[in-house]
Design a protein around this ligand. Structure first.
Ligand SMILES: [Zn+2]
Length: 132
């Protein structure tokens, strides 16, 4: 155990991005099982994320690995937020109608079934007409 600790000293170790790369590699391996035999050589690509993961864990360039992980986390949170927003939008589509402000691109939500109305953007205060 002490030898491992000494070996890992000064090395980056695991993080969220490494975990994601391992999961990606695993998913690719699973998908490759369903490919026809003559495409079997593609299985090599399934190991690429795992190799990158191993490289990252043993890397001594901690600063660079940290910034990669930071970029990954930023993208991941954006993707999750996009899915949450759209899922919420689909759930409420029956009761609300969505508009995009032509001035500032702010997404606006108005209740359905109220007829023609003047919609005022709460962000930039510009107003336009819409049917709900
Ligand atoms: Zn606006």
């Amino acid at each position: 155990m002490d030898r491992l600790r000494r070996f890992m000293f000064g090395r980056y170790g695991g993080d969220e991005l490494s975990k994601a790369l391992l999961v990606l590699s695993f998913i690719l391996l699973l998908v490759m099982n369903f490919l026809p035999r003559y495409l079997g050589i593609l299985v090599v690509f399934a190991y690429v994320p795992a190799l990158i993961c191993i490289f990252r864990i043993f890397s001594r360039n901690i600063y660079k690995r940290r910034s990669e992980n930071y970029k990954y986390l930023k993208i991941k949170s954006k993707v999750i937020m996009w899915f949450e927003n759209n899922l919420n939008r689909i759930k409420t589509l029956k009761n609300f109608k969505y508009y995009t402000c032509s001035n500032c691109k702010q997404r606006l939500r108005v209740p359905r079934g109220k007829g023609k109305m003047s919609i005022t953007c709460p962000k930039c205060k510009s107003s336009f007409k819409g049917k709900s």
